[in-house]
Design a protein around this ligand. Structure first.
Ligand code: FE2
Length: 258
């Protein structure tokens, strides 16, 4: 079975290109489950209930997020009503939401989707490695297909998570940097791995934001307000092929549409 994971959907340009291509990708690539990171889907900062509904309506089955998920206050109450919207599991348990959801794919197979966040150059959360162990310990043995979005800044922490979960999950795919990496492979234990899926949004930008505004932040060291860039929009995703009887990945491939 094939899982599609769409990298960080950035603001309206990102949502628009998903709307344009998702149905075609799902049928052409025989996708059984669609997962997407949507922490930047609301103008680059967070997600709202209305935008989550819009993305689910396009055919996305599970939404993962990251540090920006807390930006929009109205999403806090929404978590209780919408278990398909995840936030990183290693934030304090007193916060709303969960970092694990078991979805049923189009072929009837149950798929555990997990969302974790790194700690290097990121907000100080609980340990994502130990939290991953706890989540896996809570999963029924019968749920063999397991997908992890590891939202983290540095590649070393992401590669380490890949090895930590090797043989225990079907895939570990990184998000957050908005820069796609080319190191996709299936580790010896049957875990598909990619350091970063990249962004679905404007690449004529600085990681999704208008170039001149981002540049003036660097040039002046002042808090310049960022705006969404519009040009050069690309969809960046990965397709992971998994044997549903074992949960082992057999292939991982990057998928890009311009
Ligand atoms: Fe992020």
């Amino acid at each position: 079975m094939n899982l599609l994971f769409i990298g960080d959907i950035y603001a309206s340009p990102g949502r628009r290109i998903v709307a344009q291509y998702l149905n075609g990708i799902v049928s052409a690539e025989k996708i059984s489950l669609v997962i997407a990171n949507a922490e930047n889907s609301a103008g680059g900062f967070g997600i709202t209930p209305m935008i989550a509904e819009e993305l689910f309506g396009l055919g996305i089955d599970v939404l993962t997020t990251g540090n920006h998920v807390w930006d929009k206050r109205e999403v806090y109450d929404y978590f209780a009503r919408e278990p398909r919207l995840l936030r990183p599991a290693n934030y304090p348990p007193t916060l709303p939401g969960a970092g694990l959801h078991i979805a049923r794919a189009r072929n009837g197979v149950e798929v555990a989707v997990m969302n974790l966040q790194g700690r290097t150059y990121m907000p100080s959360t609980d340990c994502p490695f130990r939290r991953a162990d706890e989540l896996l310990g809570s999963l029924p043995e019968s749920v063999k297909v397991r997908f992890v979005d590891f939202h983290a800044e540095v590649s070393s922490e992401k590669v380490a998570m890949g090895w930590h979960l090797n043989g225990r999950v079907s895939a570990v795919v990184g998000t957050h940097t908005h820069i796609p990496t080319a190191d996709e492979r299936v580790l010896a234990g049957g875990t598909a791995y990619l350091t970063d899926a990249g962004m679905t949004g404007s690449y004529d930008s600085v990681i999704g934001a208008e170039k001149h505004l981002a540049l003036s932040r660097f040039l002046t060291a002042t808090p310049v307000r960022l705006e969404t860039a519009k040009g050069g929009v690309e969809l960046h995703a990965v397709i992971v092929t998994v044997d549903p009887s074992t949960g082992r990945a057999t292939a991982i491939r990057r998928y890009t549409t311009r």
